[in-house]
Design a protein around this ligand. Structure first.
Ligand code: FPP
Length: 261
């Protein structure tokens, strides 16, 4: 049976986040310039987004450009920005066909104006799609986001809109750029690196991690299904014991045997 056939569609994560890594190494392996790897990575973005939307996953967040990526050689940064503009325009139809709404997180004001315009147009053109939300993390880093949130909370306290005693975990989450979305339950990283690289540090507190040696341009639907299957085989305890989870499941069964919500 294929990984897709083995999936329990009632136990899919609502939100999957992906660190797309290995484009440069993939290009090098093929005797090409790094930008060729990024271009090939767009096919994996399309395949994964289509697969996620078709399964009914509600949110897919992709780490497309980190704050640290600005430090890459200018040629590569320019090529990535150009690729972003081109992809957003050329894939708009695919987004609509798959009922996908586009969104961004990160310091998008720092992107070149052409990128900002392209993003604003694509976000508006897909805003009524009610299937999956595809969230591109652009000029994003988690420490930047957490510092920004803290600064805005401090400003609200200073302005008397908020009491310091009211600041708690839930309130903090509302000041993050991800405030509209649930936390990812699954984080995938390609290319054999086992790092989080300043990505969604607050939001992945209870996420399951799936690491694969596959370089991003070789990642496709099949491996995405494999990652989901792997996720479904984990026991998510949220700090509780296995015994407590069993008791909770028995309790749920007897109080709500049909499983309806
Ligand atoms: C990391 O690989 C990848 C990136 C920094 C960019 C990801 C961009 C894309 C997949 C294409 C554009 C995406 C969208 C959503 C339009 P790397 O360059 O760090 O690879 P390396 O570790 O092998 O050098």
């Amino acid at each position: 049976m294929s990984a897709k056939e083995q999936l329990n569609l009632d136990k899919l994560p609502q939100h999957v986040a992906i660190i797309m890594d290995g484009n440069g190494r993939w290009a090098q392996m093929h005797g090409q310039l790094r930008v060729y790897g990024h271009k090939s990575g767009v096919n994996s973005v399309r395949e994964t987004a289509e697969a996620a939307a078709a399964l009914g996953i509600k949110y897919l967040t992709l780490y497309a450009f980190s704050t640290e990526n600005w430090n890459r050689p200018k040629d590569e940064v320019d090529a990535l920005m150009e690729l972003l503009v081109h992809t957003i325009n050329s894939e708009r139809e695919t987004l609509n066909e798959n009922n996908i709404r586009l969104a961004t997180i990160g310091d998008t004001d720092s992107l070149p104006p052409r990128c900002q315009e392209g993003l604003a147009e694509a976000i508006a053109a897909t805003s009524s799609n009610a299937g999956m939300t595809l969230i591109l993390a652009l000029s994003y880093s988690s420490r930047w986001e957490i510092v920004e949130a803290t600064r805005r909370i401090a400003a609200d306290v200073e302005a008397g809109k908020l009491k310091a005693s009211e600041v708690n975990s839930d309130l903090f989450g509302t000041y993050l750029t991800t405030s509209k979305y649930p936390d990812p339950e699954l984080l995938i990283r390609t290319s054999g690196e086992h790092r989080v690289s300043n990505f969604l540090l607050w939001q992945i507190a209870y996420a399951e991690f799936y690491f694969t040696e596959t370089l991003w341009p070789d990642f496709g639907k099949e491996e995405f299904y494999q990652a989901l299957l792997d996720f479904q085989q984990r026991e998510r305890r949220f700090g509780k014991t296995s015994q407590q989870l069993i008791e909770q499941a028995i309790d749920n069964f007897f109080n709500n045997p049909s499983g309806s919500k």
